[in-house]
Design a protein around this ligand. Structure first.
Ligand code: ADP
Ligand code: MG
Length: 443
């Protein structure tokens, strides 16, 4: 039945989706009421449960004409030796525990990463890479605003590969560390050492590559490292706080390398995902938090996962200090100042213009004058949109700040951005990030 069900699923799902989730799944055992499948991790189990359980049980019904439930056993199939179908190998090989990887946080794993609509594409890609480093998607670039899980995902790939492929050399660095190390190697006349180190890795993970902007020499070095690894089919994964097209002062040839392969983005989590993330984080702590409080936090902390965690940490710390249970009232009073009120009174249009101009590498006066070249029109529209979102100014007043444009121009700009955001998730990410920067700029 399982085989036939898989065939049916293959018909409904895209090839990539099918491979991603069912590649390492097989039949375990069955009874009258249930059929158990073996899945490689609780992560895959949760995903299949959430996405496909209903569908699969429907297929069972189609095939058998009666109800059959799907159940799971979490068990790794060792990669070196595919599990023989017979169950006559009771001492299955338990993967040897390696000492923790020196550069990776142990808790940044796929198991601890909650998948939602906002990050599913990136997470699936990361998972596929972890299963088949060097062949799945190479290189891969994960981009998105702060606190959305870039580092967590990147390190999850590292931890997974490090645990599963014991012969592969995994290196994780931030772009900043890479740069500093390179500069130091020049000073110490040890560039050959540096080159050898980075050209002999199997999986290279570089976090926050936007740091390479303006670092011409480091870019040059990375370009050569990239080519060496790429030609040898070594896996590379990068993260960035914006899409590659938005990077400034990155050599053309390096940019085109980053764009090669797969580019995936992380969006801010929806309410459901925020709730699921909080649940997951609380699960790991010896503390009880009422559901109503979890809902409250998920509803109000909407910016990103880092803020979500910060809210939780703050609440737990408070409760521990005053020896009280966490209640909704405590949550309300303690978290008041963390909530993003959409209309913060201390946000000025001047600040918005600064942030936007900075991001697009233009000057503030470009936003205020009458120029109509493409490079300034679009940032200007974005700045107007953000001004409308974050301040109480009327469209007429906003127009005055932008070189005395009338309110219809401002309204047109806002509509333009709104409709663009609906079709272009990248723009959504960029604007969310700019808004965060503006809000942070007032602190
Ligand atoms: P970024 O690198 O994009 O700024 P991080 O990877 O540092 O973000 O994530 C910020 C925090 O949020 C980390 O503690 C991380 O574990 C957590 N986090 C982010 N996304 C998720 C998720 N989907 N599930 C669980 N935790 C997450
Ligand atoms: Mg990060």
């Amino acid at each position: 039945v399982w085989k036939e069900t898989l065939n049916l699923l293959r018909g409904v799902l895209s090839e990539q989706e099918f491979r991603l989730w069912f590649f390492e799944v097989d039949y375990y055992d069955g009874s009258e009421e249930t059929l158990r499948i073996r899945v490689p991790s609780s992560f895959v189990r949760d995903q299949i449960k959430q996405r496909y359980q209903r569908l699969i049980e429907d297929k069972f019904y189609e095939l058998l004409g009666r109800k059959l439930l799907l159940d799971f056993v979490v068990e790794k199939r060792s990669l070196a030796q595919e599990r023989p179908v017979s169950s006559s190998s009771p001492q299955r090989e338990i993967p040897k525990e390696r000492p923790p990887h020196p550069q990776l946080r142990r808790d940044y794993t796929f198991e601890n990463f909650v998948i939602g609509e906002n990050n599913a594409f990136a997470a699936n890609a990361a998972l596929a890479i972890a299963k088949n480093p060097g062949t799945a998607y190479n290189p891969c670039l994960i981009y998105g605003g702060v606190g959305l899980g870039k580092t967590h995902l990147l390190q999850s790939i590292g931890n997974s590969v490090y645990g599963e492929f014991q012969n592969l050399k995994v290196v994780y660095v931030t772009a900043e560390e890479f740069t500093n190390e390179f500069i130091a190697s020049i000073q110490n006349k040890e560039t050959h050492k540096f080159k050898t180190k980075y050209r002999n890795v199997d999986v290279l993970l570089i976090d926050d590559i936007h740091f390479f902007m303006n670092k011409t020499e480091t870019q040059e070095e990375l370009f050569h490292t990239f080519n060496a690894l790429y030609d040898a089919n070594k896996q590379m994964v990068f993260t960035c706080d914006r899409p590659v097209s938005e990077l400034k002062n990155i050599s053309h040839r390096l940019r085109s390398r980053f764009e090669r392969g797969l580019n995936v983005d992380l969006q801010p989590p929806s309410f459901e995902t925020r709730y699921a993330i909080l649940k997951k984080k609380i699960e790991q702590k010896p503390i009880h938090i009422p559901d109503e409080v979890i809902t409250f936090i998920a509803e109000h902390v909407t910016t990103n996962v880092r803020d979500l965690e910060a809210a939780l940490t703050k609440l737990i710390a408070y409760a521990e200090l005053v020896h009280r249970d966490i209640t909704i009232d405590i949550a309300k009073s303690q978290l008041k100042d963390m909530f993003t009120t959409t209309k913060q009174t201390n946000i000025t249009i001047d600040l918005i213009q600064k942030v936007v101009a900075d991001y697009f590498g233009i000057t503030q006066s470009d936003l205020r004058n009458k120029k109509r070249t493409r490079t300034v029109v679009f940032p200007r529209q974005i700045a107007m949109y953000i001004a409308r979102e974050l301040t109480e100014y009327s469209t007429t007043e906003i127009g005055e700040y932008f070189g005395g444009r009338d309110h219809t121009t401002v309204m047109y700009a806002i509509q333009k951005i709104e409709s663009k955001m609906r079709t272009d998730p990248t723009l959504d990410t960029i604007i969310a990030q700019l808004i965060r920067e503006v809000q942070e700029g007032t602190k």
